[in-house]
Write a protein that binds this ligand. Structure first.
Ligand SMILES: [Zn+2]
Length: 414
């Protein structure tokens, strides 16, 4: 890839002219510079040299150091009890807070997606990310009451979710584990064929997830991903219902009576439902259809990332070193319209700035008006993501202000 060869040069321009330092600082300081100065940043610089425990006193130092070090990758860690740069001199050095984070990666969907595998993604498999985003976002808001949630494209094949409410940032490891495990329905590694077991009565969060999955399951999983379309895919499916040993042969014969994935699924659905209603056969589960739907589409979470307080996660507005795409925030409400293919690379952004400037210069000559100073990012397709980021920041700051007023009211009462 040509872009990779001159990546250091492109990054230099990106950090000089496009990186949104002000908003970035607004976010990570949460209205408190002291919090910012104790935050760990890790940089991967040229030749894959990895530097941990970086920290910056303020916005100015952050800007200066980022421009100087020109990181190929930026990871964000926890806020520590002392500035991480001093960790060698402190006998007691420990993380005190961090956003609650979720990492969802397309490679964990290789057992269910058939359009691509490994690091590849396309618009078809991006739909899994869309489902993941909707299910996790709804659960975080409705079941846990979180409000300040930032969703970010990871630059290549996944998404990151940053829960930034004060109460989320101060969760301890066991509380983080509890949230992560609550959201995890897919269990077991490659050797576990059936990965979902629902209880007799669904939890309301499962109910809600199914409402999100059901309308898209047939067009997306059954048809587009061809869930039952080939011999190999049918065998995978039959393995999932292996607990129903005596039924498996019957289902196999049934599936082979039809030729398309959709017809096979409909036949199976009908067959299973009829048997349940007539009680003619004893199925071990009454929710096999729902369990299959969840196994084929429910979010795969890397819950170790969510559980640990000191785990690092790639930063928003970092540039993915392989794709050179910018890790832009996106709106979970319109995640269906998000297209990873159209996310700008640094080169695109620089071209956009040049095109804008050339056009503006021509216009100014024509109308003989003064040069208008516009920030470079506003001339690019990065602007849209910044609107999303800034709206998130405004809501965060409003809550902060509300909390401060409430606190001072309490003080006045005493
Ligand atoms: Zn794909």
């Amino acid at each position: 890839m040509a872009a990779q060869n001159n990546l250091p040069d492109l990054l230099r321009v990106y950090y000089q002219r496009l990186f949104p330092y002000n908003d970035y600082y607004r976010w990570l300081s949460y209205g408190n510079g002291n919090l910012f100065s104790r935050r760990e940043f890790s940089f991967t610089v040229q030749d894959d040299v990895y530097i941990r425990f970086q920290a910056f006193k303020n916005l100015n130092q952050l800007m200066t150091e980022m421009k100087r070090l020109n990181p190929h990758k930026i990871d964000i860690g926890a806020v520590y009890n002392v500035p991480p740069t001093e960790h060698k001199y402190e006998t007691k050095f420990f993380p005190v807070e961090k956003e609650l984070v979720f990492d969802i990666d397309m490679t964990d969907y290789d057992e269910v997606r058939t359009c691509c595998s490994g690091t590849d993604i396309c618009n078809k498999c991006w739909k899994y990310m869309s489902i993941a985003c909707k299910i996790i976002d709804a659960a975080l808001r409705e079941d846990f009451g979180f409000r300040h949630i930032l969703w970010v494209f990871s630059g290549r094949r996944g998404v990151h979710c940053w829960v930034c409410d004060k109460k989320a940032r101060s969760l301890n490891v066991s509380a983080r584990s509890a949230v992560a495990e609550y959201l995890q329905l897919i269990r077991g590694g490659a050797y576990m064929k059936k990965k979902v077991k629902l209880p007799q009565k669904f939890h309301h969060s499962v109910e809600r997830a199914l409402e999100i999955i059901k309308p898209v399951f047939v067009p997306m999983c059954v048809e587009e991903q061809n869930m039952l379309g080939t011999e190999e895919n049918m065998n995978k499916f039959l393995e999932i219902i292996h607990t129903e040993e005596d039924m498996r042969a019957e289902v196999k014969t049934l599936l082979h009576k039809y030729t398309t994935s959709k017809a096979r699924w409909e036949a199976f659905d009908q067959y299973y439902t009829q048997q349940l209603q007539s009680n003619s056969k004893k199925w071990r589960t009454r929710h096999l259809i729902e369990e299959i739907m969840i196994q084929y589409s429910y979010p795969r979470l890397d819950i170790h990332v969510s559980k640990a307080l000191n785990h690092l996660l790639k930063s928003p507005y970092c540039v993915h070193p392989k794709t050179t795409k910018v890790c832009v925030p996106f709106n979970p409400k319109t995640v269906d319209n998000f297209d990873p293919d159209t996310v700008p690379t640094i080169q695109t952004l620089l071209d956009e700035v040049d095109a804008y400037d050339a056009k503006e210069l021509a216009r100014q000559k024509e109308e003989s008006i003064d040069v208008r100073r516009i920030r470079d990012y506003k001339k690019t397709s990065m602007n849209k993501s910044l609107h999303i980021f800034q709206e998130f920041l405004r809501n965060l700051e409003d809550s902060n202000r509300g909390e401060k007023i409430a606190q001072s009211d309490i003080k006045m009462e005493f």
